[in-house]
Write a protein that binds this ligand. Structure first.
Ligand code: AHR
Length: 515
């Protein structure tokens, strides 16, 4: 057993025996507790496989109900999730994307090859206008990833003018008006490159820092009148030197956030099936997912050293589980099923982000539809919601709520002589005074009893919602779309300032307690 304390919730791999036991937790409200930004619950849509084409966009001649080609079933499901932002157009695709290919009359748009993802034809029928209009339909904030790897500062600056400047002020906004959109969309979030250490240009951090400074300079004017929020391409996992070099070399007036990417992959050469896996593979996936705690804590420590006032945010703008593609599907399309294992990844990862809400201000699950750890899968006109969707929906109660730090000692989940913390948790109070506590037991075999001291919170009523299933491998199919779903949870009691409940194996519960 080991101690877990906010804010340095250490994920340790310890040996020892796992046995069901009582976990004692204490809610420790803090005067200066941060707000959990709703943007932590963000999503990502790349021109990859069937994410955009077939997933979001079917074209306006499709029989699938759509508005200007965008699927209305997907829009309704994502609006229900209250998705706060959507990152586009990549990913690796972004650093080969020239946005001017995707504007104007569709018949005049050039086709290109999507070299990163299956070498398939990209006809550019879904471009800037289509994406930004779709964000309005979704009621979500766009986050655009600009091409640094193979683009120019001029192309970047032109894109900002096209999307943000009033018509008539320069050629780009006038072009926008000519293409049917008079009012600018006013895009705030701009990524300057993606994975610059890899598909975004294979750069050294020193070189990227200089290039970033050059691109960032042309985003706006001296005073950043356009209010552009600039995000630097960040490290992969534990590459702390990347963050250090960027923090040392980019002036604070040119940067608002640094990104971080981490995927839960067992072995890049043998990722394993998304839905047929052993406990050993499950344990290994969770070990990878829980590394997020260490990565975030250590990148934050470096940022704290160079920016103690926390002016620069950390955006984990790609995260999630990554397995082999579903048999018979295109290797380059990254289409995978989504099981209770993915629900465990989502629940624990979102708790980590909540608990680091003072620096983690945005995160983007990869990816929204039909790619990697998707919240939605489609097949022709059919659509299903994955277990990860349900987690995101249960956790939406934390959007813009005030963090309530939790202190507790987690029992271990032990497999084959290695251990992980079995219990993950986070809590917050929303603007109506309701307290929400999200609890996850990742243990594949043991239930754990939780005793949460909430005396300091003055709580009355208690309700809850649960996501659980008979097997870790359970998932939703187009034939059985509701196999894994949420249900009301009545197994918790609140007595004398203490909440008690039992958390079954691989189960997730979100409690709501009112005053
Ligand atoms: O999400 C899939 C890919 O993973 C993205 O394009 C890239 O940024 C990352 O390597």
């Amino acid at each position: 057993m080991h101690k877990i304390f906010y804010p340095t919730l250490l994920i340790l791999l310890l040996g020892g025996t796992s046995f069901a036991q009582t976990v004692t937790m204490r809610a420790a409200p803090q005067d200066d507790a941060p707000t959990i930004s709703r943007h932590i619950y963000g999503h990502f849509a790349e021109h990859l496989g069937r994410c955009i084409y077939g997933g979001f966009y079917v074209g306006d001649t499709s029989n699938i109900p759509n508005r200007e080609g965008v699927r209305l079933d997907v829009v309704a499901a994502l609006r229900d999730l209250k998705i706060p932002n959507l990152r586009w157009p990549g990913g690796c695709f972004a650093d080969t994307y020239h946005w001017k290919d995707g504007i104007g009359p569709k018949e005049d748009r050039p086709s290109i090859l999507n070299v990163w993802w299956g070498n398939v034809k990209e006809d550019n029928s879904f471009g800037t206008n289509e994406f930004l209009n779709m964000c309005e339909l979704l009621d979500t904030e766009p986050y655009l990833s600009a091409n640094v790897g193979s683009g120019t500062p001029q192309e970047f600056a032109d894109w900002i003018k096209y999307t943000n400047h009033p018509a008539g002020t320069s050629p780009m906004p006038s072009l926008r008006a000519e293409y049917g959109r008079e009012e600018p969309w006013k895009v705030k979030y701009w990524g300057i490159g993606n994975e610059a250490w890899g598909c975004g240009g294979n750069m050294r951090p020193e070189y990227y820092a200089d290039l970033y400074r050059r691109f960032a300079t042309y985003a706006s004017d001296w005073n950043n009148t356009d209010g552009i929020y600039k995000i630097a391409s960040g490290a992969s996992g534990g590459d702390y030197n990347w963050t250090k070099v960027l923090m040392e070399n980019i002036p604070k007036n040119l940067i608002d956030a640094i990104a971080l990417h981490h995927y839960s992959v067992i072995d890049w050469g043998n990722k394993g099936s998304a839905k047929e896996f052993t406990e050993e593979q499950y344990f290994a996936t969770m070990a990878e997912a829980l590394k997020m705690e260490e990565f975030v804590a250590k990148h934050v420590a470096i940022m704290d050293e160079h920016d103690p006032e926390k002016k620069v945010d950390l955006f984990v703008d790609e995260w999630g589980g990554w397995y082999d593609v579903e048999p018979g599907t295109n290797e380059g399309f990254l289409y995978q099923q989504n099981t209770m294992r993915d629900a465990m990844i989502a629940g624990t990862t979102l708790n980590i982000f909540n608990n680091h809400a003072d620096r983690v201000k945005m995160a983007n699950l990869a990816q929204a539809v039909n790619v990697l750890q998707a919240v939605i899968l489609t097949e022709g006109e059919k659509m299903l919601l994955t277990p990860t969707y349900h987690v995101m929906k249960m956790y939406a109660v934390h959007h813009d709520a005030t963090l309530i730090p939790l202190e507790f000692e987690s029992p271990t989940y032990t497999h084959d002589g290695e251990s992980l913390p079995a219990i993950s948790a986070s809590a917050s109070r929303d603007s109506s005074g309701n307290v929400h506590i999200s609890l996850v037991n990742i243990d594949a075999g043991k239930a754990h009893t939780i005793e949460l001291d909430v005396a300091a919170l003055n709580l009355g009523s208690l309700t809850g919602e649960i996501l659980t299933s008979a097997a870790l491998q359970d998932h939703n199919t187009f034939e059985r779309p509701d196999h894994v779903k949420t249900a009301p949870f009545t197994g918790a009691t609140l007595r004398n300032g203490k909440i008690s409940l039992e958390l079954a194996p691989f189960t997730l519960v979100v409690l709501k307690a009112g005053e």
